[in-house]
Every structure is written in C-alpha cells, then in structure tokens.
Design a protein around this ligand. Structure first.
Ligand code: C2E
Ligand code: MG
Ligand code: MG
Ligand code: MG
Length: 279
C-alpha cells in the first residue's frame, strides 16, 4: 500500500512537472514568434520628482502580446526567456525600442530619462556595455538620458564582476540604478564601491508603509543610506497620497507608482504627460 501511494505521488509529481515543462515550452515558442513577428511591446510608467511634482522620467516595462491583444507580464516570461537563452535578444529589442521612443518623444519636446531594466543574465553577457553603446549611438540620443536598472541580487551575486560591468556602463555616460533595493543581501561595504546613481526602494516596503512599522523602519534606513551616499532615492509602488507625503518627509526624491499612473502604452503615456502639463 505504501509502495502504491509512493508511486501515485511520484506520478502526480511527474504530471505536474510535465505540465510546467509544457507551459514553459509553449511560452518559449511564443517568445520566439514574438521576437520574429513584433509581438513584444513596451509600456511606460512615469517617474516624478517628489519635491516639484514634475515628470522627470519613464520606466520601460516589457510585455508579450497575446493573439487577443492582452499582455503577458514579464515576471512570467522573463525567467523562461533566461532559461531558453532568449534574454539577450529580448534585452536588445527592449533597449532599441526604448531608445527609439525616447528619441521620438524628445523630438516632440518631451524630455525625460528613460529607465531600462536589465536581467542579471543579460547583464553578465559578453560585451553588454558595448552593445548598449551601439544601440544608444544608433538611436542618436545622449547616453545621459538613459538609465540602466539592475537588481540588487544581480549585482551582489558577483560583486567584483558587477563593479567592472557597471564602470563600463558608467563610462558611456549612462546612469545606473539599483532596483528592488532592500530585498537582496547587500554588503553595505560593497555598496560604497559600486558606481551608482540611484537606489530604488523596493515596493514590498513602500506598499506596507501605512500598516507596518518594520517596513517604515527599513524604508527610512534605505533613504538615509542613499542620501548619505549622495544617491538619488526613488520610491516605487506608491499607491496613495499619504505614502507619497511620508516619503517626501523622509527625503526620498523620486517617486513612481499607481498613485501617479500604471504603466501605459506609448500613446497613452504621451496623453498622460500632456494632461499633466495642462493641469
Ligand atoms: P521592476 O523593475 O521593479 O518594475 C516595477 C513593477 O512594479 C512593474 O511590474 C510595475 O507595473 C509594478 N508597479 C509599479 N507601480 C506599482 C504600484 O503602485 N503598485 C503595484 N502593485 N505595482 C506597481 P511589471 O511591469 O509586471 O514588471 C515586473 C518586473 O519585470 C520588473 O520589476 C522588472 O524586474 C521585470 N521587467 C520588466 N520589464 C523588463 C525588461 O524589459 N527586461 C527585463 N530584463 N526585465 C523586465
Ligand atoms: Mg525596474
Ligand atoms: Mg523594482
Ligand atoms: Mg521587481
């Protein structure tokens, strides 16, 4: 009997495993098709200066389009793309499209910093900084207007290698932000040797600011740390005015979240900017 149930649970396990494998393979096929047929798109979320309320930037966030026009979110397909060796192609597409959009907006008088997320796998690929430089040059934009977002955990995985890559990126004139800060395992000492422009306080803390004293303590500590290292401190996941006020009082200087806007397709983003400028 024990043997039978053991075997049954083994079969259950493999069936579940098979289903997940199939799902990943289906996604992989869709990503490949999307790369060939223009099935990827970027949404843009505004970044706001906390003191003035002015729009200062946009974060480009990739989506995989379904046949019915709905969007698959990156948390679902980026890990599959990484495992399938497709993240380099996605990353190149994202950077190219974000730079093209930046150029187009700035021609329309919309000047902003364009933030581009980089996967840890992509970050460590050969000649990442060279490729980025080529893309920015080809778009004909000032590298100072581009900001690369790398996660804390990606950087801390191999700190010496990360310092080298980040220095290459910085030497192009591109800015560097540490994303999802507070969730990884930073050595605070190594943080001082990283060539950074910005800390992005992870939204898991920001979103709990109102209800949870520990999240407030962590947020305050990160803001103080960033300020004493002379970095910009950027709060993400701001969903209410009271959280925005609180972050402003703590000295956080950049903000992003549903309180301002969800990530939007390019055309809607431009409309949002115009209505904000009019207000
Ligand atoms: P992230 O870089 O930390 O981006 C912020 C995520 O939080 C976005 O989710 C955004 O839609 C969401 N968000 C922003 N404000 C709020 C808020 O007020 N409340 C809530 N609940 N959520 C908010 P998204 O677009 O699903 O992206 C998830 C993650 O996928 C990103 O986290 C980033 O790590 C990754 N990602 C997105 N685009 C790319 C890309 O082009 N390349 C790579 N490698 N990764 C990407
Ligand atoms: Mg990001
Ligand atoms: Mg983040
Ligand atoms: Mg994230």
């Amino acid at each position: 009997e024990a043997k039978r149930s053991g075997r049954a649970s083994y079969q259950f396990y493999t069936r579940e495993f098979d289903e997940r494998m199939e799902e990943a393979l289906r996604l992989e096929a869709r990503i490949k098709a999307a790369l060939r047929q223009g099935g990827l798109t970027l949404h843009y979320q505004p970044v706001v200066d906390v003191k003035t309320g002015r729009l200062i930037g946009a974060e480009a966030l990739v989506r995989l389009l379904d046949a019915d026009g709905s969007a698959v979110l990156p948390d679902k397909f980026i890990p599959v793309a990484e495992a399938a060796g497709l993240i380099g192609d996605i990353g190149e597409w994202v950077a190219t499209e974000a730079c093209r959009q930046h150029k187009s907006w700035s021609a329309q008088g919309l000047e902003l910093t364009m933030a581009i997320n980089v996967s840890p796998v992509q970050f460590r690929q050969q000649r990442f900084a060279d490729k980025l430089c080529g893309i920015i040059d080809a778009a004909g934009i000032d590298p100072e207007n581009i900001e690369i977002e790398v996660t804390e955990s990606a950087v801390m995985e191999n700190i010496d290698e990360a310092i080298r890559i980040l220095n290459d990126i910085k030497s192009l004139g591109v800015k560097v932000a540490l994303d999802d800060f507070g969730t990884g395992y930073s050595s605070l000492a190594s943080l001082t040797s990283l060539p950074l422009d910005k800390l992005k306080v992870d939204q898991s803390f920001v979103r709990r600011i109102e209800g949870d004293a520990a999240s407030r303590a962590v947020t305050e500590a990160i803001i103080a740390l960033g300020r004493s290292l002379k970095l910009d401190v950027h709060g993400e996941g701001i969903e209410s005015e009271s959280v925005l006020h609180y972050l402003r009082e703590q000295g956080c200087n950049q903000a992003q979240g549903y309180w301002f806007s969800k990530p939007l397709p390019a055309s809607e983003f431009a409309l949002w900017c115009r209505s904000k400028a009019a207000a």
